[in-house]
Structure formats: structure tokens, C-alpha cells
Ligand binder design. Sequence first.
Ligand code: DLZ
Length: 508
Amino acid sequence: MASLRPILADQLSLKLPSLQDIDISKDMIVLCEVRSETDYAPHHRQKIWFLFTAMRQFFKVLQQLNYKVHYVYLDDPANTQNLLSEWKRLAELYHCDKIVVTEPGEWRLKQQIQEAQLPINCLEDTRFLCTHAEFANWAKGKKQLRMEYFYQMMRKKYAILLNKANEPVGGKWNYDIENREPLKNIPSIPARPTHTLDDTALRVKELIERIFPNHFGDMVTLYYATTKEQALEDIHYFFSNCLPFFGQYQDNMLANEPYLFHGVLSMYLNIGFIEPLELCKEVEGLYKEGTVPLPAAEGFIRQVLGWREYIRGMYWLQMPDYKELNFFAAHRPLPDFYWGKPTKMNCIANVVSQTKQYAYSHHIQRLMITGNFALLAELNPKEVCDWYLGVYIDAYEWVELPNTLGMALFADGGMVASKPYAASSRYINAMSDFCKTCHYKTKLMLEDKACPFNSLYWNFVVKNETKLSANLRMKYIYATWNRFNPEKKAQILAKAKYYLELLDLNNI
Ligand code: DLZ
């Protein structure tokens, strides 16, 4: 009998394990656009546009390769609008006695697969470079699961940037310290490649505008590649124009440069257009031929081979309990300005507006602006995580949750990060041009136009002293606070209280 081979929107790769033993003469591949996936998070309209266009382009590729493929369109009257029920319907339609699928990237969906009364064989996703068993084995018995050690293991496993003695080239595993440049002398950035919107993309645009008229997110154009070939153009643009500067400027933020020297490749890696190992090897090759300095190559490879795999490992190791963690017991609802309503805080307004336009922000904007504010203002982790999962074009829960709940919000109490990434506006002003044109003043703490990040920072530190003061990396922060006189301390906390009240009125 035949088997059904469903492919998810973030599995658009011919190397998928569930395609490897396929019998091309009878097995049926299916791709389904369904409301259960469009609606489980508040997805940005451009994200859905990107995914459906990429799915439809991949469908054409499969047809050209003579696979048997069935595509379910969102507005197909036969569509039951749920992945599992579509797989059941199509398995019956095509007389398939089993369903072979590559493991989904989200626990929610894996759970649905396991609970479905269907003959499903779920294969481990070999597009990742560390298996679940390897990660669990690495984690076993360790008190702390720090990325740095995991990364060294992965460098050794794949022999990336190692010399003949199996030691790191250049003598160090990590060149982060050489990577951080302040905000000056930024080289000019050539325009990114654009991709023509073909009939497929335009038809999907019309569909999204019709079905999701009120969803968050601009649809003026689609900024991203929707085929593997186009994604390769973006990679080559990145290699030639950005990678040499990537490390140096990766923490900077500019109001008019959403991408700076970032790869903007995560959306392609995460849907399967690019293989992570190939990408790392290409970058290593560029270093070896002298095109890219070691700190830039190492910094980039660390993101892909280290951070990306570590985050995924942590997700599967800790789920489902991980999602419920709320270390600081933060409960404030997500303010309206996360959805584009006005705020006088220029950094947030700018990052949210870029997010609305591009469905993208780079990692420092996500961590140190929207994430930092959510941490300081005690926003409910569930609402914050839902926002990140929806609005970013590269977000699936395996990558979003540990990055948001763990890294940005420290809601896991330090499983992912060794200390909270809390910062006052001093950091934002040093790394960005947002403060220059802001209503609030970065240097002020108590005055009328004092930047809210400043008093909220101390409020967060003080409020969570019992939870954080034992952390060695926080010691100097508490020492600074304790040097303030009692009157100043009281004034700072009163100012924070005032701003939190304004925040609750959506008037900050
Ligand atoms: C994110 C997403 C959306 C918006 N829509 C679909 C869809 O209609 N069909 C589909 O197969 N996948 C979609 N996805 C991606 C899935 O949500 C993703 O595969 C799971 O969350 C696992 O990572």
C-alpha cells in the first residue's frame, strides 16, 4: 500500500528524512494550508505570505521532479482546516495505510501527532546537527547547561575551525570580545537583493489580505526569498557585503537600517531552504581563503552551529514544563504599543514599526529593546512569547521559546542565560541612534523626561533582590544600588511606580 508523506511549511527541503525512502510511483506527498496553523499564534501577515508562497513554490519543484503531490489551499472547500484531520482525509482519499512525517518543530504539534489515532511514523529531523539523544547525553549530570561548552563540543564533532591538532584555529574558541564595536564609523551597506513577486506570490497576497484583513503586519511587499535559488542569492549577498563586518557591528541598532550586517538567513534555515552545516562550511571556507576575518567567521558559525542547536536542544529537553515557567511571577498584560499603538519611547516605537514592516528585527533589537522592556516592566511571559512567536518571520516555538522566555525574560530562572539581560538606557544609547531623537532623555533618571528604562531598571533589580543577589554576575549591580542614599533610592522607585502606572494606562 501507499504511504502519505505530509510536509510542513517549515520543512521545505528535498533532504527531509520522510522523503528519503519514498516510493515515487505510489507514495503521496501532501502540503496543507490550514487555519489550525495560521491561528495558533498571532502570525504577522507577511509571515503567512512568505510561508504559503514558499510552500506553493516547493509544490511546483516536487511536481517537476515527478513526485505525486497533493496541495491543499486555505480556501479549498474540502479543507477541514486542521493538519491532523487533513492527513486523515487525504490518507483515505489516496488509500494510504500509513503516514510518514518528519518530526515537527513544536511540542504542541508533536503531541497532536502522538495522540492522533492514526498510523503515523514520526522521523527525527536530520536537518539539525545535534540529535535529541546527543543533547540529552551532553546535558546529563551537568548542573548548568551553558552554550559555550556545547558549542565547543559541536565544533569538535564537525571539525569546524579546528587546526590539525584538533584545537580551535587562532587559539580561542570564541572571539566575541573582538566583535563588539561601538556605534561609529559604520561602513555603508549596499542594498539587499529584491525578489520579483510572481503570480504565485501575488495570489497568496490576495488570499492573505482577504482572509486576515485585521492581522498585524504590513504587506506592501514581501522582503524575503520564497525559493531555495532566491535564498542562495541572499546568502551570496551576505557573504560579499555583510559577513566581513557581521561580528563587529552585530550589537548595533540603527533606526534606518533594520538589517545592518546581519545574515537575515534564519527564516531560510528554519524552513529548510539552507542546510546549517553547508552554511558553516562555506563560512569556514571564506575564512580559510582570507575573505573573512576569523572573529566574523567564528561569530557567525557560533550562532548557527552553537546557539541555534543549543536552543533547540534546550527546548526539547525542557518541554512541556518549560513553557509554564515564570521565575519573576510577572503578570502585566502586553501593552498596546507592541501592536503598533503609539509610545513616546523611540526605541520601542522604532523596533515595533520595523517589525510591522519587515516581520523581522535582529537579535539585539529583540533582546535589548522589546525583550528588555518586557523584563523590566514585568510583562506576562506567556503574552510576550506569543507575540514573538507570531510577529517574527523566522519564529517557531523550538527557537522562539528558549530565546524569549529564557534569554530575554529570564523566566526560566537561569537555565539559558547566566544573568538577566536587564539594561538601562545607557546601553541602548551606546549601541543605537534611538535615543538621539527620543522624547525621553537617556541621561535623566528622575526628571520629567527621564527615560523610563532607567528607573524601571533599578526597580527590577531591587524588587528581585532575593532571587538575584546570590548570582555572582549581579553582585556589582547590587553594590552600586547600595551606594545610593536612601532618598535617591526612594525617588527612583517612586519614578518607576509612576511609569508603571502610565504603562497600565497605555500612556508612556
Ligand atoms: C507557521 C505556519 C503557518 C502560519 N501555517 C502553516 C500551514 O498552513 N501549514 C503548515 O504545514 N505549516 C504552517 N506553519 C508552520 C507550522 O506551524 C510548523 O510546521 C509547526 O509549528 C512546527 O514547527
